[in-house]
Design a protein. Structure first.
Ligand code: C2O
Length: 534
């Protein structure tokens, strides 16, 4: 194994998009930021130097951080943020992980412009479990606002209003040509007929699940969230914020240009945003060709297209890569997730719209939770997060009125190596909506999914405990539920939240505290000496 050293200078960068220039926060002046490349089991160090006036922290989304929670990154969860002028070296090992992950700022909405890909190649001489593609390409999908990100946050956070809908989506930083602004042609991928290309797709958008399509080309999905899946072929990929997908495209077509289209999936009866971003495949020798094959993304509310994609996902579950689904359950948890209106006397952070898990709107602490846990500092959090809703109701039917949320910094405590089954139930408070839920520190198996209210007597009989897809971020369907299982084999404090940034801002988040085990390698390592202070 090797040590891979990176330096991230967090700086202000003048950027022009949609015919408008503004200053944005970037790493090393780039949007998207630099790609980290390493191999399985390598050690990665990233020296982050904060040259901007904002607090900064970086999360390595999907990196398990076995016992190294100090390097996980979410501000006030595992570390205090790096203050202006501050430096922090993230140091972690990619133990047993390979595939595409990504990194992003994890404080307020800074991740809008502070993000990039992590490419973890297999160990030397270890092949992919599929034919090696001729070329690999990182494709980062983002979201762009003409106004300052601060104005966008304020609308959601201070005013408690619905999010300001973005002005464009981007593919590797470029929205593609748009009628109102003579931009360049968008991201181009040059291909040779007959060759294969593995796209490492990252959804770094703040608030949108996205459909991805290429004109006249099929996509063979081989991996999601850095875990191999049984390969399957599709016209359309669905990817939620936080998720990554590796798909192989074979250049089967003739001379010409083939458009790539990216547009939102949203089947909730709320926000509309139908902006399509485009990029293109250019077959070699035909760059000047005027023939462009167009492609239309699925309509925004295409639930069947989304379901077909999701239902195709299975763990590879081969002899080399077995699916180690926990077959017994020590902790059976049932969490409702949703939005709510808080009667304004008890507004959280001045918000009117709030979001909650089991009716608890999470309040960010001012001391990092991992420090409070490690050093036994009392008064920072409580570990009484409820294992089920305090008051059951018809989650997807008529909602109770005047259902104000409670607030608190509550965690759920898990003994080392215990197994967890967690059913995430969407609710119709305000409106049902799909929520991509991300768990830090673990991968989990998605053992079940359904529409309506979860039925504890019936639904578990249909769980897939053989080859369920394993991932770190999963969509809970609009007006439905998703069941996941994982083993709490990573001591520390691990954040879980909706990866729609606006919902996290409103409080759709909680954390697990996993106690140390008794064995020699079952405890959180001591904090590094340069860990930022609050
Ligand atoms: Cu990708 Cu807690 O985030």
């Amino acid at each position: 194994c090797r040590i891979r050293n990176y330096k991230f200078n967090v700086v202000m960068t003048n950027t022009t998009k949609l015919c408008k220039s503004k200053q944005i926060v970037t790493v090393n002046g780039r949007f998207p930021g630099p790609t980290i490349v390493a191999r399985e089991d390598d050690i990665v160090t990233v020296k982050v130097v904060n040259h901007v006036k904002y607090n900064v922290s970086i999360h390595w989304h999907g990196v398990r951080q076995l016992r190294t929670g100090w390097a996980d990154g979410p501000a006030y969860i595992t570390q205090c943020p790096i203050q202006p002028g501050g430096i922090y070296v993230y140091n972690f090992t990619l133990t047993g992980q390979r595939g595409t992950l990504w990194w992003h700022a994890h404080v307020l909405w800074l991740r809008a412009t502070v993000h990039g890909a992590i490419v973890i190649l297999p160990k030397l001489r270890v092949p992919y479990p599929f034919p090696k593609p001729n070329k690999e390409v990182v494709v980062v999908l983002g979201e762009w606002w003409k106004s300052d990100t601060e104005a966008v946050i304020n609308q959601a956070q201070k005013l408690g209003q619905a999010p300001n809908v973005s002005d464009a989506h981007t593919i590797n930083g470029n929205p593609g040509p748009i009628a109102s602004c003579l931009a360049n042609g968008g991201f181009k991928l040059h291909v040779d007929q007959g060759k294969t290309y593995m796209l490492r797709i990252v959804n770094a958008a703040l608030n949108e699940e996205l459909f991805f399509r290429i004109a006249d080309h099929k996509l063979k999905v081989v991996e999601v969230d850095a875990l191999y899946v049984k390969p399957f072929t599709t016209d359309t990929i669905l990817i939620a914020p936080g998720q990554t997908t590796n798909a192989i495209v074979t250049a089967t077509q003739k001379a010409g240009k083939y458009l790539v289209a990216v547009a939102p999936f949203m089947d909730a009866p709320i926000a509309v945003d139908n902006f399509t971003a485009t990029a293109s495949l250019h077959y070699s020798g035909t760059v000047t060709s005027t023939v462009t094959k167009l492609v239309a993304p699925p309509p925004q509310n295409s639930t069947p297209v989304a379901n077909t994609f999701i239902n195709s996902l299975r763990s590879l579950n081969s002899a080399t890569y077995p699916a180690k689904v926990p077959l017994t359950v020590d902790h059976s948890l049932f969490f409702t997730i949703g939005l709510g209106i808080n009667p304004c006397k008890t507004c959280v952070n001045g918000s009117r719209v709030v979001a909650d898990i089991n009716n608890i709107t999470f309040v960010m602490p001012t001391t990092a939770l991992l420090q409070a846990h490690y050093f036994n500092i009392s008064g920072v959090f409580t570990d009484d997060f409820p294992s089920k809703p305090l008051m059951p109701y018809n989650y997807t039917g008529t909602q109770p009125t005047n259902f104000a949320t409670n607030k608190g910094t509550k965690l759920y405590r898990l003994p080392y190596n215990s197994t967890v089954q967690l059913v995430l139930q969407d609710t119709g408070m305000i409106a049902p909506e799909s929520h991509p839920i991300h768990l830090h520190g673990f991968n989990f198996f998605v053992v079940g999914r359904g529409i309506g209210n979860f039925n504890p007597n019936k639904d578990p009989k249909n769980f897939n405990l053989v080859d369920p897809v394993e991932r770190n971020t999963v969509g809970v369907p609009t007006g439905g539920w998703t069941a996941i299982r994982f083993r709490a084999d990573n001591p520390g404090v691990w954040f879980m939240h909706c990866h729609l940034e606006v919902h996290t801002t409103w409080g759709l988040k909680m954390a697990f505290v996993v106690d140390n085990g008794k064995g020699p390698n079952e405890s959180v390592i001591p904090p590094p000496s340069d860990l930022p202070k609050c």
